[in-house]
Design a protein around this ligand. Structure first.
Ligand SMILES: Cc1ncc(COP(=O)(O)O)c(C=O)c1O
Length: 417
């Protein structure tokens, strides 16, 4: 990784790339959906207006369109550190891709096979695996420790055995913001002969992804949280994808990867639009002083993003830590190695929806709820206060914006009430 982590992020460049940021609203619900890069929207438009024919024909426009979609697979593979473009399965959403994968795996499940899920994931990475109980799978729950709200590797080790087939875990919790050490988890899971599937929806907007370096088996996230459109990617190691059956028509056999797992057409224009994300990150890395391969520039961009995000998180967390009536749900330290700036909290004596609606009038978009990590919110006993208040920051947010949020929170939850 290039040594540019102390480089400041060029925020005026960053913000100029997201036209929505020029409006009146401040966006701090980014873990719900980030703003979209202008160059992503431009590429979607350009594809639709110049290349929108069916792929696979012999005439020139069709060949060019096919090349653009193939290039999108290659660029996404580069973005996530995959060895080959056909390890990239595309689809409409993380939820849909995980239900697709679960359906593809169902036939290979034997009664008594074990699958580990957590109690802190978004339901998208629990429900599709619980469904395999219908096939006789035994579901084991890897629970966060009640004191630290962390997933412990020792606890996972105790859950694993010769029957374990798959472990499904989030890379970063969309409530707690905690980052899980997926390379360590992969080593442990592989030692027991099982496979690791990682939901990175809440991680990928914040840090460089390196599926091959971490040796994960499956890895999934959605581009609408990573500055792009409503579209998603599922990485699978080639040998795993090759072994899965086809979910496509009878004449599309299991050798046709990834098409056998993309029944119907993928959305060509959104796939091509996503190349704008890769391009933006590489340019941002260059502006942070990085040279060399595009991958090295992307990693440099994320180094700078992590440093900036840590400063944003610390500004908010230091305020929340000072408030005696606030409980931070997750790490109270901003350390970039421990967490992403998705910050949740509850306030003594207040429902979370009350606080959030009082902040709405400051034209700052934050949010309350369980964020579909319902099992975690129920376990923490927070359903009765309508879940947590969640402030989810990304690199285009500024310290000034956080200061304005702190003022709005101060008005929304006066102390000593
Ligand atoms: C951590 C996490 N996983 C999965 C999902 C589901 O993503 P999608 O809406 O693309 O299905 C979300 C959406 O908020 C999420 O935050």
């Amino acid at each position: 990784m290039s040594n540019v982590s102390s480089s400041p992020l060029d925020l005026s460049f960053v913000r100029s790339q997201f036209p929505a940021l020029a409006g009146d609203w401040t966006f701090m619900d980014n873990a719900g959906g980030s703003q979209t890069l202008a160059r992503v929207a431009d590429r979607i438009r350009d594809y639709l207006l110049t290349s929108n024919v069916q792929l696979g024909a012999s005439y020139g426009v069709s060949r060019r369109s096919g090349a653009r979609v193939a290039d999108a697979h290659a660029q996404v593979a580069e973005l996530i550190g995959a060895a080959r473009p056909d390890e990239v399965v595309m689809g409409p959403s993380t939820t849909a891709l995980l239900y697709t994968l679960s359906a593809a795996m169902a036939g290979g499940i034997q009664p008594g096979d074990e699958i580990v899920v957590t109690d802190c994931d978004h339901e998208a990475n629990i429900g599709p695996w619980r469904k395999l109980e219908e096939r006789g799978a035994v579901i084991r729950t890897w629970a966060v420790r009640p004191d630290s709200l962390e997933l412990s590797l020792d606890d996972l080790d105790r859950l694993l055995n010769g029957r374990t087939r798959l472990v499904c875990v989030t890379h970063a919790s969309n409530i707690l913001g905690t980052i899980n050490p997926v390379a360590d988890i992969a080593r442990l899971v592989h030692r027991h002969g099982a496979r690791l599937l990682v939901d990175a929806v809440a991680y990928a907007p914040h840090r460089a992804v390196d599926v091959a370096g971490w040796d994960v088996d499956y890895y999934v996230f959605s581009f609408y949280k990573v500055y792009g459109p409503h579209f998603a990617v599922l990485y699978g190691k080639h040998e795993h994808l090759a072994a899965l059956p086809s979910l496509n028509h009878y004449f599309i056999d299991r050798s046709v990867i990834p098409y056998k797992l993309q029944p119907g057409n993928v959305n060509y224009e959104l796939a091509v639009g996503c190349t704008g994300i890769v391009d933006y990150l590489a340019e941002l890395g260059e502006r942070c002083g990085a040279a060399g391969s595009r991958r090295a520039r992307i990693e440099a961009a994320f180094d700078a993003i992590a440093a900036h995000e840590e400063a944003l998180a610390e500004r908010l967390l230091s305020y929340l830590r000072r408030r005696k009536d606030v409980r931070i749900v997750g790490h109270s330290a901003a350390d970039r190695g421990l967490r992403v700036p998705t910050i949740s909290f509850v306030v003594d004596g207040r429902r979370s929806d009350e606080v959030v609606s009082a902040v709405d009038s400051a034209m700052i978009g934050i949010r309350f709820g369980d964020f579909y990590a319902r099992r975690l919110i129920e376990k923490l006993g927070l359903a009765a206060v309508n879940g947590v208040i969640r402030v989810s920051l990304v690199h285009y947010n500024t310290l000034d914006e956080v200061d304005r949020l702190v003022e709005a929170l101060g008005r929304a939850m006066p102390q000593g009430r």
